[in-house]
Design a protein around this ligand. Structure first.
Ligand code: IVH
Length: 679
């Protein structure tokens, strides 16, 4: 079929727009349009290309998404080898490196170094010819790597075409593909929930994704890339220094780490190493040190290489974050919702400068999957401020007498029964607030910063108050007969001054917004956002309580589905909880501020049942349902004569047909948005 000029122009314009938005989002981190708008452009291009397959170009954004699996990896020889780096483990090592550099250069002057974080991912070489992406290869043994183009193409931060002009005819760009921590954590959390295998760290997750033959796997993984150098360059020139080259690469649309700098001499390198070390855990990705490179290419050439590493660069490494040790026992901690967390007691071990003697095993499911036994040698990892975790067991070192760990039948704190719901990864103590451990955790949550925000009332103090029998429920905190300057000053490590400060802080917290108060109650699955939605929807505590056994009313609140609604219902049907609420808002004088709600617009859809089907461009189906419920409408999963409206998006199927047959009024996305008053 011949392709009309108009379609050709349209496809080209769409490709350019999509590339541009992709670049703004994934490289510059400055998105210009909402995701839904991006998706719309993308679908338009897909549709055009479907209609006119001749329009599909190799660099079209539609060609990134994973196609069919490959039979195997092709070998890629590296014309310019991909080298490794020598390591420095101390300031002295950096000073010695700088001395060697200056001796070889016979230079009296200080040397300028380009300094960069050492990214913990996988080294990849990207090959561009005439500005077009042609291949991505792993490092392999440094001389020959493997062709992973099919996977790297799915990484949105990797441009399929270089921006602007002036690039060499052949340009190999080298850098690190990695997985940002947030994406890694979310991916592991989802895997844990689904009972699937988790990755030990972001680097393994990256390597595991890139080594797949099936590109659809990599396409689902949150990978990105920073570039930090070049390989083969021909048919064009690059600037005279490494730092200017990186700038040029950024102009061509490649992603360069914003932490890169140029410093002077060994002192500059050491200073940078320390500064990055302090901020290391605030970065969005894992690094394991810094790399210092002589900035001037002419000097780099003069220095040359030794065996597999350049003389002009060094990797200064942070102390390891993962170490081996032995499990002495497993304790069970009881959380706010009764969840039992297995915690490994360890032979103390120094991990990256901190002595670790406990590490989490997350939950019983995870413990069983890793098959952790007492006496096992395990690998323990510490990352940032998070609790150290047991990553894996060295099965080869297992002794015959290693004892398996069993889930206790009774709560280690209150001795009530422990239950594990079918299909749940977590086991719980069934006693609720009658369990002292749960009570303590509930109180800690109640007073925490995003809840009642009582200054000076930390975890240790809550434990003391409960242990001393001064406090059992949140209401007791406000009871002046229990909590006063005298009773507090009698506690360990509590002076009169801090006691009276605390009394004042408790008093000040009496005036509280409904959303904070609801969050403070610690209802399962009711986080800050849901608490806020509940507050805005019901307006007052009384209104929420009186609707709390009406599941339909609860599910009308955005974000509240059947599970959350059930937790809310269960909370307010517990006599004990209602008593505490009565005491709080009655004798103990807590004033929960109501929210004004505009119910005239709210209830526009009252009594009307909607069915939503197909894919909407501007919102997910769940968002659409929440909007309908917000306006008082009902949402059903199936079309019947009682259906008021069928809202349909792309790829709507049998529900649309059925609605047509029954003569149900149909709303396409635009019409639906109109009805919501969004257009
Ligand atoms: S430069 C000849 N810069 O470290 C120079 N490497 O041991 C070669 N790496 O395989 C690399 N961050 O995966 C360079 N900013 C950075 C780096 C970096 C991480 C890795 C890279 C390489 C290994 C070298």
């Amino acid at each position: 079929m011949s392709v009309p000029d108009k379609a050709r122009r349209q496809a080209k314009a769409l490709r350019e727009q999509i590339d541009q938005h992709n670049y703004r989002y994934h490289v510059l981190d400055e998105p210009q349009i909402p995701d839904a708008e991006y998706d719309r452009l993308f679908r338009q291009l897909l549709k055009l290309e479907e209609q006119y397959p001749d329009l599909v170009t190799a660099d079209s954004p539609t060609q990134r998404v994973g196609g069919e699996p490959l039979p195997g990896f092709a070998q890629v020889p590296h014309a310019v080898p991909m080298l490794s780096l020598d390591n420095a483990f101390s300031a002295e090592d950096i000073i010695a490196f700088d001395r060697r550099v200056r001796e070889r250069l016979e230079s009296e002057d200080e040397v300028a170094y380009a300094v960069e974080p050492k990214l913990d991912g996988m080294a990849i070489s990207l090959r561009y010819e005439q500005g077009q992406f042609v291949q991505a290869a792993t490092r392999g043994d440094g001389r020959t790597g493997e062709d992973v183009s099919h996977n790297v193409k799915t990484i949105p931060a990797v441009p399929m075409r270089l921006h602007g002009g002036g690039f060499p005819k052949v340009l190999e760009v080298r850098g690190e593909v990695y997985m940002p921590l947030a994406g890694f954590d979310a991916m592991n959390a989802a895997a844990r929930k689904a009972g699937e295998k988790t990755f030990a760290n972001p680097r393994n997750a990256t390597a595991g994704s890139l080594r797949q033959l099936d590109p659809r796997v990599a396409a689902r993984r949150p990978l990105t890339m920073f570039v930090y150098g070049v390989g083969e360059v021909s048919g064009g020139e690059l600037p005279a220094t490494h730092s200017e080259t990186l700038q040029r690469l950024a102009e061509w649309g490649l992603r360069v780490c914003p932490e890169n700098q140029v410093v002077v001499g060994a002192t500059g390198c050491i200073d940078y190493f320390e500064r990055i070390g302090e901020r290391r855990h605030a970065l969005a990705y894992e690094i394991d040190g810094v790399v210092c490179k002589v900035d001037d290419y002419a000097l780099q050439r003069e220095l040359g290489f030794v065996s597999r590493a350049p003389r002009w660069a060094i990797a200064s490494k942070f102390p390891a974050q993962e170490e081996l040790t032995v499990i002495k026992g497993v304790d069970w901690q009881v959380g706010r919702t009764g969840a039992l967390t297995p915690v490994a007691r360890l032979e103390p071990v120094n991990v990256g400068g901190v002595t670790v003697s406990n590490a989490t095993l997350h939950n019983i499911d995870e413990l069983e999957r890793k098959d952790v036994r007492i006496g096992d040698t395990v690998s323990v990892r510490r990352a940032g401020d998070v609790i150290p975790e047991v990553v894996s067991v060295l099965k080869a070192r297992r002794q015959n007498n290693a004892a398996p760990v069993r889930l206790p039948r009774r709560c280690p704190v209150c001795k009530s029964e422990v239950s594990r719901a079918e299909g749940e990864a977590v086991a719980r103590c069934s006693a609720g607030l009658y369990c002292e451990a749960q009570r303590k955790e509930a109180l800690k949550h109640f007073v925490s910063r995003k809840a009642m925000d009582i200054d000076g009332l930390g975890s240790k103090l809550i434990e003391q108050l409960v242990d001393e029998g001064l406090v059992r429920t949140p209401a007791d905190l406000f009871n002046a007969q229990r909590i006063n300057v005298e009773s507090l000053a009698g506690l360990e490590r509590m002076a009169e001054k801090s006691a009276s400060n605390l009394v004042a802080a408790i008093d000040a917290s009496r005036d509280v917004s409904l959303s904070r108060f609801l969050f403070a109650l610690g209802i399962r699955e009711v986080g800050e956002a849901t608490a806020e939605n509940l507050a805005n929807h019901f307006g007052s505590l009384e209104a929420l309580i009186s609707s709390s056994d009406d599941m339909e009313a609860l599910e009308r609140v955005p974000d509240v589905g059947p599970i959350v609604a059930e937790h809310i219902r269960a909370f307010f049907s517990e006599e004990h909880n209602l008593q505490v609420l009565d005491q709080l808002t009655g004798p103990q004088g807590v004033r929960v501020r109501s929210v004004e709600i505009a119910d005239d617009i709210e209830q526009e859809f009252a009594g009307i049942t909607f069915v939503v089907t197909g894919t909407l461009a501007s919102m997910t189906r769940d968002q659409a349902k929440a909007e309908i419920k917000q306006k008082g409408g009902k949402v059903s999963g199936s079309v019947s004569a009682k259906t008021g409206y069928l809202v349909y998006g792309e790829k709507a199927g049998s529900k649309l047909d059925k609605a047509r047959q029954l003569g149900v009024e149909l709303l396409n996305e635009d019409e639906f948005l109109n009805k919501l008053g969004r257009r």
